[in-house]
Write a protein that binds this ligand. Structure first.
Ligand code: IPM
Ligand code: MN
Length: 363
């Protein structure tokens, strides 16, 4: 198992160090070998290489680095983001570029309230908040199609095309049905879109969802929510959900809301997945410049990303040892969360490194 490690910016390297600490322990316990290789990528590297902070002037990642990343079993990412760099440069130059070029067409976001973790939802507990969002990760309005004309004049016009393909919708939908089957929960898959307004793109998703579901997954219950209603149900009745499948931008938005109901960005992990290629796992929180270097940031999301990395690599490579190792990490995390004062940075009642140590001890 060869893992590429991109610590990145800000608190990224600190939380990644805790994930790697837990990896060391679980590899020993579950019995598998691995190696890690550090890649120096992110905003700091861009600036030190002479990149312009105001506009993309040099590549954030080079072609030969992407070629090298392709040779790994998985990528473990800390955070990219730099207070001095204009929005869009790192996001497009690194994160989106990797998603697109490595064809990581699934963004997988488990939403699970761990024991002892506080949710802002009144009268809801761990039994109510346990679902997974499957977000399409390479299409929609993220493709960059469109343009701007007459810029800076009163006649300025800009378009940002929502590119939906039947191929892209189908592969996300099939992945979500397979996951629903494997999860063995309520066996219910909810499509989230906006078919009442997006009558072209929404209809492509709707027909693909129902045709595939009916023909290939008759035992899975199909459900549908408009995206605005889904936001309401997340707050009112999160227990309705088992697995959700949705388009790129809707998935982006609802998963931030979902992160809050599972206890915040300190605990939310995600994966950018190409089931037959190289996938990349990351904590959902950013580089948190104001907490950098203080040993106060919560590493749980990064540890959870390591659990996902092992579990999903195990699923995709048909390696039961890795899948089991991922599940062991999650079980250990669930023993530690009740002992923490909070999941918020600086309020955990322990330091970043102590949380990592506690998960290792629980393992
Ligand atoms: C996410 C992030 C990214 C996205 C940004 C940083 C480009 O918000 O992974 O959800 O919008 O996909
Ligand atoms: Mn997002």
């Amino acid at each position: 198992m060869q893992i590429a490690v991109l610590g990145g910016d800000g608190t990224g390297p600190e939380v990644v160090a805790e994930g790697l600490k837990v990896l060391r322990a679980v590899a020993c316990k579950a019995g598998f070998d691995y190696s890690t290789h550090d890649f120096d990528l992110g905003g700091e590297r861009y600036l030190s290489a002479g990149g312009d902070p105001a506009k993309a002037s040099i590549p954030v990642i080079h072609d030969d680095e992407i070629a090298e990343l392709r040779t790994y079993d998985a990528i473990y990412l800390g955070a990219v983001g730099h207070p001095k760099i204009a929005p869009g440069i790192l996001e497009k130059g690194l994160l989106l570029r990797l998603r697109f070029e490595l064809d990581q067409y699934i963004n997988l976001r488990p939403v699970k309230l761990y024991p002892g973790v506080e949710t802002p939802l009144k009268d809801k507990g761990p039994a109510d908040i346990d679902f997974v969002v499957v977000r399409e990760n390479t299409e929609g309005i993220y493709t960059g199609m469109g343009g701007v004309q007459y810029k800076g004049t009163p006649a300025e016009v800009s378009t940002q095309v929502n590119c939906t393909t039947r191929f892209g919708a189908e592969r996300a939908i099939r992945y979500a049905f397979e996951l629903t089957r494997r999860r063995n929960g309520k066996k219910q898959l909810t499509l989230v879109h906006k078919t009442n307004v997006l009558t072209f793109a929404g209809d492509t998703w709707w027909r693909a969802f129902n045709e595939i579901g009916q023909a290939e997954y008759p035992e899975i219950k199909r459900d549908y929510n408009h995206v605005d209603a889904c936001c309401m149900w997340f707050v009112k009745n999160p227990e309705f959900y088992d697995v959700i499948v949705t388009d790129n931008i809707f998935g982006d938005i609802i998963t931030d809301l979902a992160a809050v109901i599972q206890g915040g960005l300190g605990v939310a992990s995600g994966g950018n997945i190409n089931p037959k290629g190289v996938s990349m796992y990351e904590p959902m929180g950013g580089s948190a410049p104001k907490y950098t270097g203080q040993n106060v940031i919560n590493p749980m999301a990064a540890i959870g990303a390591m659990a996902m990395l092992l579990r999903e690599t195990g699923v995709n490579q048909n390696n039961a040892t890795l899948t089991k190792a991922g599940n062991m990490i999650e079980a250990a995390m669930m023993k530690v969360t009740p002992t923490m004062a909070s999941q918020a940075a600086g309020k955990m009642g322990m330091s970043t490194t102590q949380v990592g140590d506690a998960v290792v001890a629980a393992l």
